[in-house]
Design a protein around this ligand. Structure first.
Ligand code: NZQ
Ligand code: ZN
Length: 390
């Protein structure tokens, strides 16, 4: 096990009606917030009314900025930063999914920063100050409600980049599984793929003596695999919604990666897809991850065998462990398909051939590599896109 520091300070307020506590939580920090949300789902579901009522009850003034798009854009973030500065706002309240939370995090770091917020996403500046933020989560997927990261898209060049700092972990996350009843089945499935990907990015490692986190990863995988299909049948299954919602946070608050080297190549490879084609991140991962697995599994067959046996309950073929490893990969793909996700680029709606361009962007013109399990150069990334076409 590697040395590590782990701090996950987000206060989780979980369960039925928990959104009604939002005003009381915000009050601990401020009397005035930026209420940031997306394209209107929170108005349709009535959540907007409950959140604003709770803010009013607690005498919290709020200024609104709506319109966050999936794959959130830097242009709206810049607008949010100006709005906060003009109105002396010192707390951001995100009500929505990963895109709203990431946009809120970007505003939070942009307000106290003199330069352009995009600097943080291209590594030109490091985050050393941030406004605090809180979250009412409506979509379990990105894990941003307790993660130290934010991912933004810059329309100028369609670049999708991430930044991170413990300073942007939300102060609180209100998580009521009932708020996710209204999710379209496809969005639920995309969330499931994303949270599984967050575990896989950590599970596939060469670090040895990580039994505890291996077992925690496997338990979280199993919980997701058992409960996700229930939601496709009954979107209002509270028990299953609750398991999936909590799994999404556990998958990405950092706990499962403690003491081990993480990979993250598949995320970088996917980000090129959602940057150019504006596809849902989770759907992109369902296509990319099995392709990545096929490309790299020979570098540590026993780890892939462990995945096949413990996560998918497959029997090990002792004489041909590679076959077992491949079966585990196939099972992963079948599972994604079974919950309605695309597993090839074509199924994702990508017919044209921009693979070389994406591989080039992903590796900054073949000057950097992606991933740690195997360090991938431009040609490797290109081959993974090719495998994702099959
Ligand atoms: O905009 P509204 O109208 O709210 O609709 C949203 C949006 O269209 C809808 N939605 C959300 N909650 C709903 C709902 N519809 C009905 N009922 C509800 N309860 O769902 C759509 C997608 O929302 P979005 O926030 O984009 O999805 P998600 O949570 O999957 O977030 C994806 C973003 O997170 C980034 C991704 O790259 C992507 O940009 N990620 C962020 C990470 C982080 N900060 O730690 C890590 C992840 O790996 C990921 O990269
Ligand atoms: Zn992700």
């Amino acid at each position: 096990m590697n040395n590590f520091i782990f701090q996950s300070p987000t206060r989780i307020i979980f369960g039925k009606d928990s959104e009604n506590q939002v005003g009381a939580e915000v009050k601990k920090f401020t009397k005035k917030v930026l209420l940031h949300y997306g394209g209107g789902s929170i108005k349709k579901t009535g959540l907007y009314n409950r959140v604003t009522a709770s803010l009013k009850e607690n005498n919290i003034e709020y200024i609104e900025l709506s319109g966050v798009q999936p794959n959130p854009r830097v242009s709206l973030v810049r607008e949010g930063i100006e709005l906060c500065r003009k109105n002396d706002i010192d707390f951001i309240l995100a009500v929505g999914g990963g895109s709203v939370i990431d946009s809120s995090k970007a505003i939070a770091v942009g307000v106290p920063y003199e330069g352009d917020v995009w600097d943080f996403y291209i590594g030109k500046s490091k985050i050393n100050d941030s406004l605090p933020l809180g979250v009412v989560l409506t979509l379990p997927a990105a894990g941003s409600e307790a993660s130290p990261s934010s991912v933004l898209t810059n329309e100028d060049g369609w670049l999708k980049k991430g930044t991170g700092s413990d300073l942007i972990r939300p102060k609180f996350a209100i998580m009521n599984p009932e708020l996710t009843f209204t999710l379209p089945a496809y969005q639920t499935a995309c969330g499931v793929a994303d949270m599984m990907a967050h575990i896989m990015e950590r599970y596939f490692t060469h670090t040895t003596d990580v039994d505890l986190t291996d077992r925690l990863c496997e338990a979280t995988f199993r919980t997701i695999i058992d409960n996700a299909p229930k939601l496709i049948i009954d979107p209002e299954d509270y028990a299953a919604r609750a398991e999936i919602m909590w799994a999404g946070t556990i998958a990405h608050n950092g706990l499962l990666g403690t003491g081990r080297e993480e990979d993250w190549a598949s995320h970088s490879i996917e980000h090129e897809l959602s940057a150019i084609y504006d596809v849902a991140h989770g759907a992109g991962l369902a296509v990319v991850f099995p392709a990545w697995m096929k490309y790299v599994y020979k570098h540590n067959v026993s780890r892939f065998v462990q995945f096949a046996v413990r996560v998918w309950n497959l029997e090990n073929d002792f004489h041909h462990p590679e076959k077992t490893a491949l079966k585990g990969i196939e099972k992963t793909k079948e599972f994604f398909s079974s919950i309605g996700l695309p597993v090839t680029l074509e199924e994702l709606g990508i017919m044209d051939d921009r693979l070389d361009e994406m591989a080039d962007k992903c590796t900054a013109g073949d000057t950097v590599t992606q991933g740690r399990f195997v360090k991938l150069n431009k040609k490797d990334v290109y081959e993974i896109y090719k495998l994702a076409s099959e």
